[in-house]
Design a protein around this ligand. Structure first.
Ligand SMILES: Nc1ncnc2c1ncn2[C@@H]1O[C@H](COP(=O)(O)OP(=O)(O)OP(=O)(O)O)[C@@H](O)[C@H]1O
Ligand SMILES: [Mg+2]
Length: 363
């Protein structure tokens, strides 16, 4: 398996992190420290060098630049290893540009590997917000499928244009809508087909992941809640013609794949309505681990797995299950906690490396 892992990371002017060199092991890296000391910032820096952006939504350059930094420039330097192969990757970020270097050569869009980030609040947001669910599916599918990423970008642009035509009004509205709807229909058909296919492969893995992590048999499933499944572009175009007058009255596109949702079920029941918070979190973690397996089938490589304090809502037996699962897997893990009891469980992992962060510095 071709599996790049991060070996070293040094940041300059990134949030509160000092320019310490963090040296990671290929297996489990535990990051401890009290609240507000920089554990999540460290995961964010790793995410940035692997996924080319922050995992925090709408994070702009001034937010990640160290507020006390002397130079208005962030530098992230990293070394990745894959067996005996070594590659250096660095990013220079300033207000108006971003440069990446692979083994000292400038590169445009390349990164060495991807990472997956699990946030303590994601489970709650996933189960309560359809916008979050859509974003989760889109961002994870984007990482696996560049055509999806491109077409989704074009769809979003076309939909913004469609809505601006609708809100502007005027006598050409109808002909403008017809022109843009041809594109929207093509994109919608492709996006829906890819979402549907993605869920099918995820669903083959969610239930087994739940069993592998938590040693219990439950049937978990995520379904696409969309009227457009199996519709071709022509049918979608015709549907938009049917909706045209109502959209013009409403001055906005009322129906479309941008509003489609995903339903997560636990033994056939809607997880949000029937499951406890702990079960919701176990379900969400199983979904993420299912995604990681789908990623591996596709790329013959695991992403780096960044787990930011997920101990809340889970009992100590579930912590043990999760840790045992991570120990059996071949992916690299960076896991943080501020919780003393969870920390004790993590400290028992024999082969793991432990980091203590205080004020952005390794102590
Ligand atoms: N741009 C920045 N420059 C300097 N410091 C920053 C910047 N952005 C955030 N911080 C500081 O980083 C700290 C938060 O770091 P982080 O979120 O990594 O903490 P944490 O160790 O994960 O804490 P918790 O256990 O509460 O999640 C805060 O003290 C915050 O003030
Ligand atoms: Mg944190």
């Amino acid at each position: 398996m071709n599996c790049w892992k991060i070996r070293k990371l040094q940041t300059h002017n990134f949030r509160n992190l000092s320019p310490t060199v963090f040296e990671f092991v290929p297996g489990i890296n535990c990051i401890f420290g009290q609240n507000g000391n920089g554990k999540t910032n460290l995961l964010e820096a790793v995410f940035y060098v692997t996924n080319k952006k922050s995992f925090r939504k709408n994070t702009s350059y001034p937010q990640i630049l160290n507020i006390e930094g002397e130079r208005p420039e962030i530098i992230l330097q990293s070394v990745f290893g894959n067996g005996s192969d070594i590659s250096a990757f660095s990013v220079r970020i300033s207000e108006n540009f971003e440069e990446r270097f692979l083994n000292n050569q400038p590169v445009k869009s390349k990164t060495i590997t991807s990472s997956v980030f699990i946030n303590p609040f994601d489970s709650y947001s996933f189960h309560t917000s359809s916008t979050f669910r859509r974003h989760w599916v889109d961002s994870h599918l984007n990482l696996m499928d560049s055509e999806y990423r491109q077409v989704l970008g074009r769809f979003q642009k076309a939909m913004r244009f469609r809505n601006s035509v609708l809100s502007f009004g005027g006598k050409n509205t109808s002909s403008q809508l017809r022109a843009i709807d041809e594109q929207i229909a093509d994109y919608s058909a492709l996006i829906t087909a890819k979402r549907h296919e993605f869920l099918q492969t995820l669903n083959e893995n969610i239930t087994p992941s739940f069993k592998a992590v938590f040693a219990e048999e439950h049937t978990l499933k995520m379904d696409l809640d969309s009227m457009f499944v199996h519709w071709d572009a022509k049918k979608i175009y015709d549907y938009y013609r049917h909706q045209e007058n109502d959209d013009i009255k409403a001055e906005v596109t009322r129906v479309g794949i941008h509003r489609d949702d995903f339903i997560f079920s636990f033994n056939g029941l809607n997880a949000f309505e029937f499951c406890s918070l702990g079960q919701q979190k176990m379900g969400f973690l199983s979904l993420v681990f299912a995604y990681i397996e789908v990623f591996r089938y596709k790329f013959n490589s695991y992403p780096i797995v960044l787990i930011d304090d997920v101990s809340g809502e889970l009992d100590s037996q579930r912590w043990k299950n999760l840790i045992q699962y991570l120990e059996t897997k071949k992916f690299q893990v960076l896991i943080t906690t501020a919780n003393e009891n969870f920390r004790k469980e993590l400290e028992r992992i024999p082969e793991s490396k432990k980091f203590f962060i205080e004020n952005g510095t390794l102590v």
